[in-house]
Write a protein that binds this ligand. Structure first.
Ligand SMILES: CC(C)(COP(=O)(O)OP(=O)(O)OC[C@H]1O[C@@H](n2cnc3c(N)ncnc32)[C@H](O)[C@@H]1OP(=O)(O)O)[C@@H](O)C(=O)NCCC(=O)NCCS
Length: 386
């Protein structure tokens, strides 16, 4: 047998610590536990900004002034209605399809209807960023209605992005607390450095493919439980635990079985994820007004147990963004399997901003692999093979 050879370059598993390019969009400080969008700490944005302002900030590079913000609101509202052909297509998706799978397919189809689909210029890309952001919310809500045997609820023009989404899910105007909670969630997840789905979007964009293809790549990447489906898995885990009393024995069993605790650990943060602090606060606030606080109590207790466990302490494993997203979204009355699509509805802002940043200074992203297989094997004719 020929020798396996080692190439002169060595592979970094999971590209950990590898700097792929530069970005001005967001800075993740994993040691201090800080996150900035275009230089603004999420501490300011979570407390003061609207989702529309944050979207504009990420796309345009500065906070909008009064006339810019009314224009961005107007433009986002104007493109809320999805092409009718798409709603018909959603009716053909199997009703038991995971919503993320339905979203992946429908965003691919959305590209066919976009008048700017093949134009990668900056103005057309900005228009597509608006349409993708507005219509993704409409399509997620429409699929949820359709799978429940109902007709999609048309978007309202007078509500902000978050409130309109909750309205399209239920047909009822949400409370201020519920819509601000969802808006804060959407703000906190809008961008996050070179996370896996953003990287996937940028790789696709770097081949000079089109915006919709890049977003489809990103959705497919976000769908995994190690990334955007961790919020759904975290909720399933809290529901499986079932009662605060069960937390400790459940945790000991999970550890013995070497199960991962969903919503815990992060590639970059070695402290508590700064977004988790806000989501925890939000969940606490919601527990006083709506829903079932039991899930939150379980999450709080499990965090306490994890934070005292030497295995987790040594590895610096703390709650990440998905941990408290789970009880917060649950208390907003959102179905668990929709959670990853809500993550996508927020991150689409970052994805589209990254695609535009990539195209502003493009170079094909094409890393290498360290080859560790055999070489120069002798050819064996078919009849002589074992
Ligand atoms: C986020 C995540 C994928 C990061 O992974 P990573 O940087 O590649 O880290 P690794 O998988 O190499 O894990 C490092 C160590 O911590 C352990 N670990 C990481 N996350 C863990 C978790 N959630 N539960 C238990 N152990 C965990 C690993 O088993 C490994 O231990 P070892 O050194 O003894 O082998 C990982 O922490 C995880 O799977 N978390 C749960 C899923 C999740 O919440 N994802 C959302 C991320 S925002």
């Amino acid at each position: 047998m020929a020798n396996a050879i080692q190439s002169s370059t060595s592979a970094t598993r999971g590209l950990e610590g590898v700097v792929v390019t530069t970005t001005q969009l967001s800075k993740v400080d994993g040691t201090a536990g800080r996150l900035y969008y275009r230089g603004y700490s999420i501490d300011h944005l979570a407390k003061n900004a609207s989702f529309e302002e944050v979207a504009y900030l990420l796309w345009a590079g500065h906070l909008p002034n009064a006339s810019e913000i009314s224009k961005v609101r107007e433009d986002l509202v104007a493109c809320r209605t999805a092409p009718s052909g798409l709603v018909d297509a959603l009716r053909k998706v199997p009703l038991n399809a995971p919503p993320m799978t339905a979203l992946r397919s429908i965003i691919s189809l959305l590209g066919h209807y976009d008048p700017d689909a093949e134009d990668n210029g900056p103005e057309a890309s900005m228009r597509k960023a608006y349409r993708l952001t507005s219509q993704m919310a409409t399509l997620v809500a429409a699929f949820d209605q359709i799978r429940k045997g109902k007709d999609p609820i048309p978007p309202r023009q007078d509500l902000n992005h978050a409130a309109n989404f909750l309205y399209m899910l239920t047909g009822e105007e949400p409370s201020d607390i519920a819509s601000r909670a969802l808006e804060t969630y959407l703000i906190l997840l809008a961008d996050h450095g070179f996370n896996a789905s953003t990287f996937a979007a940028r790789v696709t964009a770097s081949t000079l493919s089109d915006m919709h293809s890049a977003i489809v790549s990103a959705i497919g990447t976000l769908k995994g439980p190690l990334h955007g489906a961790a919020n759904q898995r975290a909720l399933e885990q809290f529901l499986e635990i079932g009662d605060v009393e069960n937390v400790k024995p459940w945790f000991e069993k999970a550890k013995a079985e070497k199960r991962r605790i969903m919503g815990v650990g992060h590639r970059v943060y070695k402290v508590v994820d700064p977004r988790a602090r806000y989501l925890r606060q939000m969940a606490l606030q919601l527990s006083g007004t709506t829903g079932n606080p039991q899930v939150l109590d379980i999450a709080l207790k499990l965090e306490e147990v994890v934070s005292e466990d030497p295995y987790f302490v040594e590895r610096k494993l703390y709650p990440n963004v998905d941990y408290y997203s789970a009880p917060a979204l649950y208390m907003l009355g959102i179905d668990a399997d929709l959670f990853p699509t809500l993550f996508a509805m927020s991150r689409v802002v970052g994805w589209t901003a990254h695609v535009m940043e990539q195209w502003a200074n493009n170079r094909l992203i094409r890393p290498r692999a360290q080859f560790i297989g055999d070489l120069d094997l002798p050819w064996v004719p078919l009849e002589e093979r074992p």
